[in-house]
Design a protein around this ligand. Structure first.
Ligand SMILES: *Cc1c(COP(=O)(O)O)cnc(C)c1O
Length: 386
């Protein structure tokens, strides 16, 4: 096993192999059922096996998936994304988030004819040599043009840009600071607006890495509520409710750059994930999915806060309620968080000790209450070892 889904580093009760999913419920190969608070690490935003998405995928699958050229669904999906996401004038499709972030950087460099890219310290933008968090097997040259700033610290971004002279192609930023192993930090709108202004001054691209947050925080892009428009945005995870798809969205200034690069992949034009994505976006709107997730997430947050307090434990709950994270005070080695996750899993709720969680629009009040029975047992057990 490789990557983040290797459970060797996780509490023992978290299963490696899964058998089935329905709504917000999952079953492992041993038949254990869990209320799912990882949602496949993000992709499942409407719930597993969502009826409208599965019907659209099945309808497309009956006709064709992987052909010599894309299906009409590619144009329909591009038009839908451009109409829903406020900063976008065009769309380009790929498979994974890494494809999307890497293509954003390529488009920015092609447009600006510059080299330097600013990224936040500790931010995750994928597993390619230019951005992978574990550099084993890469060369220093792979990231010789990367410069770092601190999230929510505009001065540090300005300083990094100054050190690059007139060679800044792009600033890459995530919608909020969702680094694993740290309390999450929401974006300061003044910082976001400052990055926009800095990119305008420099003539550089503002790239929003919306791979993890896209369609969970807002339908129009995660910075739509704060009114800051990126030039390019990278999407994957939730855009097709579990079908493999990624997208780069961009504005007209970056269209010629996008038209001038060469990117492709054997499966990038497959039609089934695109049909699934159209149905996902329609269902998100029809079900007011963001509001549904916020309601469920608030119920979970309130329940956890009350349970922790009742057991005399201090927890820190951070991030948006639909992408929450919880740490125990002074639990620097995640001993308490790991034990809590272990006991919750044994009682039928699947959380993660070090990575933000994900809610879906399939989480009902009854599911949250069922999960809170598991977390109550987990807090009770943690109180005996804290
Ligand atoms: C998951 C993720 C990526 C990479 O997506 P993959 O599909 O795993 O390649 C990039 N950026 C962010 C913010 C992510 O959460």
């Amino acid at each position: 096993m490789y990557g983040h889904q290797n459970v060797a580093r996780l509490p023992a009760a978290l299963p490696q192999f899964l058998e089935r999913g329905e709504g917000c419920h999952i079953w492992d190969v041993d038949g254990n059922e869990y209320v799912d608070f990882m949602c496949s690490y993000g992709p499942i935003v409407l719930g597993h096996r969502h009826a409208a998405v599965e019907a659209a995928a099945e309808d497309q699958r009956r006709r064709a998936d992987c052909q010599n050229g894309p299906g009409a669904v590619m144009v329909e999906l591009a038009e839908k994304l451009v109409s829903v996401v406020d900063h976008a004038d065009w769309a380009l499709f790929a498979k994974n988030g890494t494809d999307a972030t890497t293509t954003c950087v390529t488009v920015a460099r092609a447009t600006t004819q510059r080299r330097k890219v600013l990224v936040a310290e500790g931010a995750y933008h994928g597993a390619a040599p230019w951005c992978t968090p574990i550099t084993n097997g890469t060369t220093p040259e792979d990231r010789v043009h990367l410069l770092h700033y601190r999230f929510n610290d505009l001065k540090s971004a300005i300083a990094a840009a100054e050190s690059a002279g007139d060679d800044v192609a792009a600033i890459v930023v995530s919608p909020f600071k969702h680094d694993a192993r740290f309390d999450q930090e929401l974006v300061d709108p003044v910082f976001a607006a400052g990055l926009r202004e800095l990119c305008d001054d420099l003539g550089a691209a503002l790239i929003l890495d919306d791979v993890r947050c896209g369609f969970r925080l807002a339908l129009g892009g995660s910075w739509e509520p704060i009114g800051v428009k990126p030039d390019l945005s990278a999407w994957s995870k939730a855009i097709a409710n579990g079908y493999p798809l990624a997208a780069v969205l961009g504005n007209d200034r970056f269209r010629p750059g996008a038209e001038g690069i060469f990117v492709t992949g054997s499966f990038w034009f497959s039609a089934v994930p695109m049909a699934a994505s159209i149905a996902t976006i329609d269902s998100l709107a029809r079900e007011s999915a963001v509001a549904t997730m916020e309601r469920a997430g608030q119920r979970l947050r309130d329940g956890i806060a009350a349970q922790a307090a009742a057991h005399g434990l201090t927890v820190n709950q951070t991030g948006p309620v639909q992408m929450p994270f919880m740490t125990f005070e002074a639990d620097h080695d995640y001993r308490l968080a790991s034990h809590w996750t272990e006991i919750a899993a044994r009682h039928g709720a699947y959380f993660h000790p070090m990575h933000n969680w994900f809610l879906s629009a399939a989480h009902t009040d009854a599911d949250i209450d069922r999960a809170l029975e598991a977390t109550e047992a987990a807090f009770a057990s943690v109180a005996t070892i804290a």
